[in-house]
Design a protein around this ligand. Structure first.
Ligand code: HEM
Length: 421
């Protein structure tokens, strides 16, 4: 069975990027391909009469990500316009430019260097082994709910310093927030209901209230008994000679939890689909993980591009490919398109675990480049190394069931049948 091919919106070349529904069937790659060719800096109209610039070329997205003077992150990083009070209430380090951004990022950066993250490898391998050994013998199972959804959150709990027994709660709240356009995960669907009462909360989601309450409890606990973990670091830090405010701490905690969990989970789910779609490469990976698993991880990251966009706002008039972007205009960077740009990647729609170079923009670039990139890479690599050791064959038996979101390229369910090795 062949699912998850990279072309699956053929025939629908003008997909509406503003609609979450568009992405339920597939990432609209035919539209992106056409935009790269015909109008790589395109004005996309919104139903309310507004609009934004959509960037689809690798070079433009890299340039805008690096140019924090002309393209600020401080006015919001998702497509939605935010009122000043909303922006203030929900601001994290993602919505700051240098130098304020650096002061905040420095608080957590030391815990995420490749060297520090490498020290988690054996613990994560053990964890992955436990989860796989509990799930795979069932024979028929949902790869997402039993495996990929279970793993990143548990490692994140250890890093943050929260009890692993709360992983289930945290992942449920995370789903409700980041998947705020999908009725399977949240009763408060962002584009279908009035979310005005939640406008000051992350993702306009009531689940954020639960996360905030949880973060407050954790903060109280760590204040009385500090540990060597991220929560304690955040509570004791004084980035501007002042400790973080209560709201800053809660937003920071929420960001770390959401950013580090859903993204990696969906990447792992896509990874399985790509490998099963390319059985020869999967066999080669099983036979020689030492040589191939780093490259396979990069290719899975490129092909899946789980975070589909972030946004900047122009601060001055900028000419780009014949278009004039005006101050205040929103500029949306479509990473799946950058990662399939024919000018950068040969045969961009082929999955190739030996691809070199593989300069994908899945983690963005510039000052805001993903803080958790090393962590995500480690998790994806180790999961597949451990999985392939344990199985002789895997077959997808349904779906995949995709998330309703133009922000996260997510898979909600992926039923599989497994034959153990
Ligand atoms: C495959 C998994 C992941 C993907 C696709 C991903 C994607 C991204 C992207 C594209 C950005 C850049 C945002 C921008 O330019 O505005 C980013 C930033 C960020 N990511 Fe990730 N991420 C992943 C995993 C993680 C993990 C595991 C963590 C760990 C906690 C994490 C934490 C963050 C944080 C805190 C930022 C903000 C950095 C800043 O503003 O300086 N991410 N991520």
């Amino acid at each position: 069975m062949s699912v998850g091919t990279l072309h699956d919106d053929r025939g629908e070349e003008y997909a509406d990027l503003t609609s979450h529904d568009t992405f339920v069937r597939a990432v609209p790659h035919a539209t992106f391909t056409r935009m790269r060719r015909e109008e790589p800096v395109a004005w996309v109209e919104e139903v309310d009469g507004g609009g934004f610039w959509a960037l689809t070329k690798h070079a433009d997205i890299a340039a805008v990500s690096r140019d924090y003077v002309r393209f600020t992150a401080s006015r919001g990083i998702r497509i939605e316009q935010m009122a000043p009070d909303e922006l203030e209430a929900r601001r994290t380090m993602m919505e700051f430019d240098p130098p304020e951004h650096a002061r905040l990022r420095r608080l957590v950066q030391p815990g995420f260097t490749p060297k520090v993250i490498a020290t988690y490898e054996s613990a994560f391998r053990l964890l992955a082994g436990h989860v796989l050994d509990a799930a795979l013998p069932q024979g028929e199972l949902d790869f997402v709910t039993e495996i990929s959804r279970e793993l990143p959150i548990r490692l994140l709990c250890r890093l943050l310093g929260v009890p692993e027994s709360d992983a289930g709660l945290l992942v449920t709240w995370g789903d409700q927030m980041i998947s705020n356009a999908d009725p399977e995960y949240t009763p408060v669907v962002i584009d279908k209901m009035d979310t005005e009462e939640y406008r000051l909360l992350p993702f306009r989601s009531p689940a954020a209230l639960e996360v905030f309450r949880y973060a407050e409890e954790m903060a109280a606990e760590r204040r009385s008994s500090p540990e060597d973990d991220i929560i304690t670091t955040l509570l004791t830090a004084e980035p501007d000679g002042q400790p973080l405010t209560d709201l800053e701490f809660k937003n920071f905690f929420t960001l770390m939890m959401v950013a580090g969990n859903e993204t990696t989970r969906h990447t792992i789910s896509h990874g399985l689909i790509y490998l099963l779609d390319n059985p020869i490469q999967m066999e080669q990976l099983r036979e020689d993980p030492a040589a191939l698993s780093v490259g396979a991880t990069e290719e899975i990251l490129r092909a899946s591009s789980v975070t589909m966009h972030f946004r900047r706002t122009a601060t001055e008039p900028v000419e780009m490919r014949g278009k004039t972007i005006q101050p205040g205009d929103r500029v949306v960077m479509w990473y799946p398109s950058a990662n399939h740009d024919e000018e950068v990647f040969e045969r961009p729609f082929e999955f190739d675990i030996r691809r070199r170079p593989n300069d994908h923009l899945t983690f963005g670039t510039g000052r805001h480049v993903c803080l958790g990139a090393s962590l995500a890479r480690l998790e994806v690599r180790v999961v597949f190394e451990e999985l392939l050791k344990r199985v002789a064959a895997i077959e997808i038996t349904g779906g995949p069931d995709r998330l309703r979101s133009n922000f996260i390229n997510g898979i909600k369910h992926l039923p599989i049948r497994v034959t153990l090795a």
